[in-house]
Design a protein around this ligand. Structure first.
Ligand SMILES: [Zn+2]
Ligand SMILES: [Zn+2]
Ligand SMILES: [Zn+2]
Ligand SMILES: [Zn+2]
Length: 309
């Protein structure tokens, strides 16, 4: 409770924020930004035998790591099984490819143990070659995708500090300091009331970052709005937080209490699992007061850290 600060802000119908100077802020040149705040390890040492074997396991055509069956041409040049399907001749010596497998290299790969490719981001795992890829797909230290809703259109990845910078600068997302909030969502024209664009706000509290999502969607055929919180970090850490959202007027109130989801779960996945405050459109317009043509929904809420965790 120590850093509670009351935030009141306004998002108008065209998405321009009532607070802050986001539209005047100068965009930092992209090349000055790093995707990761942790410095990558640099090494001046000569490549180790392991590095050399690793290079041997790189397909000369697609540069990806090769897995069995590894193929070779009559002259011994290797090729991955996917590229093998696309060419008739060896990409290295142009000799016609037969159907020769490179069992020796497959055996060498089997004996290899390598660090996770996210070791510079903090992962200490050393893994057998054939397990490495599977681990890396789920490694806790792997970079996060941009949490901005509809981020299939945004391909930025990086660690949390990078992405906080990115959503503020490139998606013009407002960041509020403090663990309580009170936000008014306003959509005044009919089309916008019906398909309120996905909206995102950022919160910074407990030295962590959170994303509050709000958007219109359909539950079956019923038009609804949903609001939910995502945590910018992994799922285990997300579980040590709780949040509460409240919406209402005229002595009626809807309350949602939940655990923020990690941004590892896409915005769409969380929405489609209905893990948030869902308000029927009629109810939302009732809460908005007035002639029920305009959306003016005030969502207040609080984030707290569970002491039991
Ligand atoms: Zn290949
Ligand atoms: Zn060859
Ligand atoms: Zn790892
Ligand atoms: Zn983005």
């Amino acid at each position: 409770m120590e850093e509670d600060s009351f935030v009141d802000s306004l998002t108008t119908c065209d998405g321009i924020h009532g607070r802050g100077d986001t539209h005047h802020r100068r965009r930092r040149p992209r090349h000055h930004r790093r995707r990761f705040s942790a410095p990558a390890k640099s090494s001046n040492r000569a490549p180790s035998p392991v590095t050399k074997v690793q290079e041997l396991l790189e397909c000369p055509l697609c540069s990806k790591s090769m897995f069995p069956p590894i193929h070779q041409c009559p002259n011994g040049h290797t090729l991955c099984s996917i590229c093998k399907l696309t060419v008739n001749r060896c990409p290295t010596c142009r000799e016609k490819l037969g159907d020769i497998r490179c069992l020796a290299l497959e055996k060498v790969a089997e004996s290899l143990e390598l660090p996770c490719k996210y070791c510079s981001l903090g992962c200490m795992e050393i893994l057998p070659y054939y397990i490495k890829l599977r681990h890396e797909a789920h490694c806790n230290f792997r970079p996060y995708s941009c949490p901005y809703p509809g981020s299939d259109e945004c391909s930025e990845v990086g660690d949390v500090p990078f992405l906080v910078d990115h959503v503020r600068e490139d998606h013009k997302v407002d960041l509020h300091i403090g663990s309580t909030f009170n936000h008014l969502y306003v959509k005044s024209n009919r089309r916008e009331v019906e398909c309120a664009a996905r909206m995102l706000m950022g919160f910074n509290c407990y030295n962590q970052y959170f994303c509050l999502h709000f958007e219109a969607f359909h539950l079956g055929i019923a038009p609804v709005y949903i609001a939910f919180l995502r945590f910018m970090g992994d799922a285990a850490e997300a579980r040590s937080f709780s949040y509460r959202l409240e919406v209402g007027s005229n002595s009626r109130k809807l309350i949602w209490e939940g655990t923020p989801r990690s941004i590892r779960d896409s915005h769409q996945k969380v929405r489609d699992s209905h893990d948030g405050l869902i308000v029927q459109r009629n109810m939302a317009l009732f809460f908005s007061g007035g002639d029920r043509k305009e959306l003016k929904l005030r969502i207040s809420g609080r984030i707290w850290k569970d002491n039991s965790a």
